[in-house]
Design a binder for this molecule. Structure first.
Ligand SMILES: NC(=O)c1ccc[n+]([C@@H]2O[C@H](COP(=O)([O-])OP(=O)(O)OC[C@H]3O[C@@H](n4cnc5c(N)ncnc54)[C@H](O)[C@@H]3O)[C@@H](O)[C@H]2O)c1
Length: 259
């Protein structure tokens, strides 16, 4: 598979489960890949693990910090000359906290990473896509089925992922005619670290709501393997999907539509 030959692909949160796997898949398809993550050790491990597969550039970034993101884009263009694909993948979870139990500090942090981070990265991405020759590029946002329903997460993660739907359609509307596409993938479940460090601290009320509304979570049928998720994201960012813009795809084995 070489259909990303020489393309430059930047993936946020690529020290983590999906981001790291996806980076490896793009490298195998011939891309040059930019890894970035706030977590230095995870980033280093991803860089070491992936550099044998192809050209990799890694830089620590906090997607919530505009200066940090600007530095990343500048360094990427210095290194590779352009950017073709940006995957907005970095996110944090909210431990299923409902509005009445959500500290504003938690709200601010989750919104700053999951929503403002997505905005800041998208802003740098479209301006780079417009400035380069040939012009254009692709953004794939990673949302969640929590962006479609009300019970898959707490108030903050739910609000942040719902907002990505609007952001995706807005970018597609404004920039589609300028050769820029923006689509949103909403995963069901994936076997990663996202929830693990919060496992013992999840809000009990949220867990009951989740279990009651979504048996697929308990029997595991909502889980999507990382290779399947990566193929979908790569397809959306490829020329084969050139007619898809502003699309919102639930990658959940059909669970939300049948619930
Ligand atoms: N795992 C699931 O079941 C699931 C379900 C639905 C949606 N998602 C979404 O999939 C995407 C990938 O998540 P994952 O499951 O691989 O989780 P993960 O925790 O393994 O990876 C997320 C990565 O983002 C990084 N990150 C966090 N804050 C950051 C910041 N401020 N700046 C830069 N990097 C930062 C983390 O260090 C981590 O490496 C996320 O957008 C998540 O919301 C995951």
């Amino acid at each position: 598979m070489t259909f990303f030959k020489s393309k430059v692909v930047l993936i946020t949160g690529s020290g983590g489960g999906l981001g790291r796997y996806l980076a490896g898949a793009y490298l195998e398809a011939g891309a040059q890949v930019v890894l970035c993550d706030i977590h230095e050790e995870k980033l280093k491990a991803a860089e070491e693990g992936l550099s044998g597969k192809g050209p990799v550039f890694a830089q620590k970034v906090d997607v919530a910090d505009e200066e940090s993101v600007k530095g990343l884009f500048k360094a990427t263009v210095n290194k590779f000359g352009r950017i073709d694909v940006v995957v907005n993948n970095a996110a944090i979870f909210d431990a299923l906290a409902p509005v009445g139990k959500t500290d504003k500090v938690l709200w601010d942090r989750v919104i700053s990473v999951n929503l403002t981070g997505n905005f800041v990265v998208s802003k740098e991405a479209v301006n780079q896509f417009l400035a380069q020759e040939p012009q254009g590029g692709n953004i794939v946002n990673i949302g969640s089925i929590a962006g479609t329903k009300g019970y898959f997460a707490g108030i903050t993660y739910t609000a942040s992922k719902h907002a990505l739907r609007g952001m995706t359609m807005n970018i597609a509307s404004y920039y589609g005619k300028k050769g820029i596409r923006c689509n949103l993938v909403q995963p069901g479940g994936m076997d990663t670290e996202l929830y693990k460090e919060l496992e013992g601290n999840m809000e009990a009320e949220g867990l009951i709501l989740l279990g009651g509304n979504c048996p697929a979570l308990k029997d595991g049928s909502i889980m999507v393997p990382l290779d399947k998720m990566s193929s979908l994201i790569m397809f959306l960012s490829s020329d084969s999907a050139s007619s898809l813009n502003g699309q919102i795809l639930n990658a959940d084995n059909g669970m939300v539509s049948s619930a």
